[in-house]
Design a protein around this ligand. Structure first.
Ligand SMILES: *Cc1c(COP(=O)(O)O)cnc(C)c1O
Length: 410
């Protein structure tokens, strides 16, 4: 038998550079970001994702994670992951649709279906894959997506992949959404889609109004509840539960990467929808399934949501305390209704400066600017968790007051 031969090139990588730098235009783009004060280095977490954590070697109160319930380090999740690794190994070895569906993946889907009160659930590798894969699988170029302007990037990418026509309505403007729908032929297939909680502003989607609109105009109704699962509704069931909309949303998306503390995304809906996605959702068909440890940790997280509801209560106590504190200091905190509270300053460079100064003083709250938010709506985004103590939050408020005054924000 003949094996392919390959001569190893042992020159150091500095001698392997290309004759011309075909990617130099990317460097120019980065230089532009630097000029605008929008260039960011990655902050590196040393150790665990905790309410007080070490980023870039500095101990800070961490207001930047989506670890709402502190589950990334919960002992029950940690044990479940370790146990699954010992029993089942570290990888699934295949995509779901070939050899990579393990008992534990099916158990997680059953548990999530009962958590979401739907017939069935399919789990994806991430919330991003769940949104993009589902929208792209359900719609064709003949269809229309009617989407809130602040919907998550993964919804937008899914809509683009589907080749459907994309109609965007202004944020939470139900009348504008109605006008879009009125102008479409009645037999046109359309998907009406909103985030349950908007990730940059922390406000809630207009679910009751949009569900009514979907029924009136016979749209498929889809809600992305990534920031709501584990946070809103009974036992953290989500915004559909919060608003009493069970049975009126055809496609619910959730993530396992935020309050659930691990990694993944899922779609909850009818058995027909889920069966269809098993056959047509490309991330499901063409990308390997979770390691057993991830599925086991997520199942343990669902146990925690059921059995330790006081964690969710603590999240909301902290949320009320911190929001009231920021408002009392005179910051513009927008219209948030969730543990996400933006501190809106307008200018992108000022938001980054505020974030940097807070960090130097021991508070990590990420600066966010265009294109993630509108050019004149740059902000520092704060997210409190159940794991913060009152002392952590009071310390953060004191630093916000000091730095906010120094920069003339308040
Ligand atoms: C975070 C987020 C996602 C993506 O979830 P991941 O599991 O991190 O990929 C999708 N939609 C919304 C609204 C999000 O906030």
């Amino acid at each position: 038998m003949q094996t392919a031969r390959c001569v190893a090139d042992r020159r150091p990588y500095t001698e392997l550079s290309m004759h011309v730098d075909s990617l130099s235009f990317l460097g120019a783009e980065l230089d532009l970001l630097k000029e605008q004060g929008l260039y960011r280095r990655l902050r590196v977490l040393g150790g665990e994702q905790q309410a007080k954590a070490s980023f870039d070697g500095r101990q800070v109160v961490n207001l930047s994670s989506n670890n709402y319930l502190g589950l990334t380090t919960h002992p029950r999740l940690r044990e479940a992951a370790l146990d699954a690794t010992r029993r089942l190994g570290v990888g699934s070895g295949s995509v779901r649709s070939i050899a990579g569906t393990m008992d534990i993946h099916m158990e997680l889907e059953r548990r999530l279906a009962s958590f979401k009160k739907t017939e069935a659930v399919v789990v994806f590798q991430s919330g991003f894959a769940a949104n993009a894969g589902t929208v792209a699988a359900v719609l064709t170029r003949d269809d229309v997506v009617v989407s809130d302007e602040l919907n998550h990037a993964s919804i937008i990418d899914g809509a683009r992949l589907s080749r459907a026509t994309i109609k965007v309505f202004p944020h939470k403007d139900v009348n504008a959404a109605r006008k879009v729908l009125q102008d479409l032929p009645p037999n046109q297939r359309k998907l009406l889609i909103t985030d349950g909680v908007f990730s940059m502003d922390g406000d809630l989607g207009a679910l009751p109004e949009l569900c009514a609109l979907a029924e009136e105009f016979r749209c498929i109704m889809m809600v992305d509840d990534a920031h709501a699962s584990g946070v809103f509704g009974q036992h953290g069931c989500g915004t559909i539960d919060h608003f009493g909309m069970h049975g009126r949303v055809d496609i619910q998306v959730g993530t396992l990467s935020k309050a659930i503390g691990s990694l993944g995304g899922y779609v909850a809906g009818s058995r027909t929808l889920i069966d269809y996605l098993y056959h047509r959702a490309r991330p499901f068909l063409f990308s390997t399934s979770h390691p057993p440890a991830v599925a086991a940790a997520c199942i343990a997280a669902l146990d925690v949501l059921e059995q330790e509801p006081h964690i969710i209560d603590r999240l909301w106590d902290n949320t009320r305390f911190f929001k009231a504190g920021l408002a009392a200091l005179g910051f513009n905190t927008g219209l948030s209704q969730s543990p996400i509270t933006p501190v809106i300053v307008g200018d992108g460079a000022l938001a980054m400066m505020l974030s940097d100064r807070l960090f130097e003083e021991g508070v990590f709250a990420q600066g966010i600017a265009f294109p993630t938010v509108a050019r004149d709506k740059a902000r520092v985004r704060t997210i409190v968790t159940a794991a913060h103590t009152r002392e952590d939050l009071q310390f953060a408020l004191d630093i916000f007051a000091k730095v906010g005054r120094a920069l003339g924000v308040i």
